[in-house]
Design a protein around this ligand. Structure first.
Ligand SMILES: Cc1cc2nc3c(=O)[nH]c(=O)nc-3n(C[C@H](O)[C@H](O)[C@H](O)COP(=O)(O)OP(=O)(O)OC[C@H]3O[C@@H](n4cnc5c(N)ncnc54)[C@H](O)[C@@H]3O)c2cc1C
Length: 409
């Protein structure tokens, strides 16, 4: 497929008219690529004679035989911002740490520190680190909150959760970038700072310098269509290098102009969840229990890390599910998947009548105890307020079709 063909097939990806500007932007980018046989930067760059770096990428295998498990899961999105706050109710302090949307992994180590810091910084109650503390929730927010408590010397930490396995936290893609959130712009600087703290934590793991975790995070080139889509610009100059303009060449006549953050971080979510559980197992008590009310927990200090559960448990009407579709890839060549890629398409409407923001993302994710060649995850969708009653299953096929078009397969 040549560039002109891929351009027109990409234009068919979305059907709504609402994303006209991004459609035009994409068309503009591809027409630059097509007309620029020598692969030079466009006139908006500082030096139009600087050659654009070409990177050869062998596309993943996307025929049916190479598609593994289809996964449907739900991001806990809280409109306005995640709830990172505390309340004092009678003798209890309740810290809240939920609602991180599509960025729970990106933020978890940083916001667990932040919320515990808020609680410790309050001047109303004395905190006794030897008194019982309960963390509600066994997802990434609950586990990192417990991890931070242990690091700060709390001696009686119990995690209470309705479930510990096959959570959204296990199924998440693993891109470290603050995307798919709904933040009040005034809070964005705080979210960025929390993300930068979290980046530092994962970077230590990727370099083998983190005291407790030696694997689970790696640095890989991370490709977006533009800098804005990445959400990573606030990290540049603080913990990340500036993105580069590059041309991806898929070796089949299709090229895509992208930006690359060469110090992007991928977290293998299922592996990291297990590492955290294993680390915490001898240090905290795990209880499996579904709560109907926060008041069922009577310890002086409580952390509410219940994700979507906070809708009813904390009567928080701002919490909403954002459905996501993922497909695990199998029988791939691992060396061909050592990168991350995220491209957004225009909004469309599912057959259930729900607004879907479609994207293509490809990350080198693996599930636990799977063969080494079963690597790669293909995503994904963002469908706000979709529930298991509206699984929008046709999205799995649309996703594969869009991926094939993108790679020129
Ligand atoms: C398709 C998809 C892809 C994603 N990709 C990424 C990514 O690439 N990068 C990124 O940063 N983030 C990503 N995310 C987002 C990330 O997965 C979530 O933000 C994160 O997992 C939320 O973690 P959590 O601990 O809040 O929730 P969960 O993992 O859902 O855990 C909630 C916990 O609370 C417990 N609980 C809830 N209610 C109760 C109750 N009443 N009583 C007792 N226990 C209760 C549950 O049992 C569970 O243990 C993705 C999400 C999806 C769906």
């Amino acid at each position: 497929m040549n560039l002109d063909q891929s351009q027109s097939s990409n234009l068919n990806i979305s059907t709504s008219t609402s994303g006209k500007s991004s459609l035009n932007r994409r068309k503009f980018i591809y027409s630059i690529a097509a007309s620029s046989a020598a692969l030079y930067l466009s006139g908006c760059e500082k030096n139009p004679n600087t050659p654009l770096e070409v990177r050869n990428i062998i596309p993943p295998r996307l025929d049916t035989a190479y598609l593994g498990q289809e996964i449907l899961c739900y991001r806990p999105l809280r409109k306005g911002s995640p709830n990172m706050s505390f309340q004092i109710i009678g003798d209890q302090i309740i810290g809240h740490n939920y609602g991180h949307g599509g960025s729970g992994w990106t933020l978890a180590p940083g916001c667990s520190k932040y919320v515990i810091g808020l609680v410790e910084g309050q001047k109303v109650k004395v905190i006794d680190k030897n008194a019982p503390v309960t963390v509600i929730g066994g997802g990434i927010l609950g586990l990192f909150t417990a991890y931070e408590l242990i690091n700060r010397g709390y001696t009686k930490v119990t995690i209470v959760a309705a479930a510990y396995d096959n959570l959204t936290s296990h199924n998440a893609g693993g891109l470290i970038a603050p995307v798919s959130m709904s933040n009040d712009p005034q809070l964005q600087p705080l979210i960025d700072q929390i993300g930068i703290d979290a980046y530092k934590f994962y970077e230590q793991i990727s370099k083998g310098q983190q005291a407790d975790f030696k694997k689970g995070a790696v640095i890989v080139p991370t490709y977006f269509e533009n800098r804005e889509d990445s959400g990573l610009e606030p990290y540049v100059g603080k913990v990340m290098q500036p993105a580069k303009d590059v041309m991806l060449d898929f070796g089949n006549g299709t090229q895509r102009r992208m930006v690359s953050y060469d110090d992007g971080i991928f977290v293998d979510t299922a592996i990291m969840m297990k590492s955290l559980r294993d680390y915490l197992a001898p240090k905290v008590t795990f209880v499996t229990q579904k709560l109907d009310r926060l008041s069922e927990i009577t310890t002086p200090l409580v952390f509410n890390c219940t994700g979507l559960g906070a809708f009813s448990l904390n009567n928080d009407a701002e919490v909403a599910p954002v459905q996501g579709h993922l497909i695990m890839l199998k029988d791939q060549v691992p060396a061909n998947l050592q990168y991350m890629l995220l491209v957004y398409f225009n909004k469309a409407i599912t057959t259930a009548g729900q607004e879907v923001k479609r994207s293509l993302y490809v990350f080198p994710k693996q599930l636990l105890n799977t063969p080494v060649n079963d690597i790669g995850v293909l995503g994904g969708t963002f469908i706000e307020n979709a529930t298991p009653n509206t699984p929008n299953l046709e999205e799995f096929k649309i996703m594969v079709d869009n991926a094939k078009k993108f790679y020129g397969i």
